[in-house]
Write a protein that binds this ligand. Structure first.
Ligand code: THU
Length: 133
């Protein structure tokens, strides 16, 4: 992944963040998931008055991609006002459906905060191996 590709993935996440529906937390999140074929899937957080119904930006992007047949991913960019880190649920879902994916955390101005991987964010993650008796 080139510097230019990383910048444009962060830009795609910023664009997705503009659609965030976050009236309860006011914490706007955008994500952009890059598949190996070059497709990019945007996602934002979508909150609900019944709080647990809320879906995070990362899982929105992942659900969009997987539901369109994508299973092979290069990187996900996530943007928040403070360059915040993905929650545990999102880490778990990325671990299973985007194994080894690069995770780029930036803020809403496009400043890079962390360039890491899902393996670093979720070491020793639970996976399907444990379910095979
Ligand atoms: N949120 C995300 O979209 N991604 C995360 O990984 C962390 C949290 C959202 C959920 C909720 O709408 C808001 O941020 C505050 O928790």
């Amino acid at each position: 992944m080139t510097e230019e590709q990383m910048k444009s993935l962060i830009e795609a996440a910023i664009t997705a963040s503009r659609f965030a529906y976050a009236p309860y937390s006011n914490y706007v999140v955008g994500a952009a998931l890059l598949a190996t074929d070059g497709s990019v899937y945007g996602g934002c957080n979508i909150e609900n008055a019944a709080y647990p119904v809320t879906i995070c930006a990362e899982r929105t992007a992942l659900a969009k991609a997987v539901s369109e047949g994508q299973r092979d991913f290069v990187a996900i960019a996530v943007v928040t006002r403070d360059g915040g880190s993905p929650c545990g649920m999102c880490r778990q879902m990325l671990h299973e459906l985007a194994p080894g994916v690069r995770v780029i955390l930036a803020d809403l101005e496009g400043v890079l905060h962390l360039d890491t991987t899902i393996d670093a964010l979720l070491p020793h993650g639970f996976n399907s191996g444990s379910l095979r008796a």
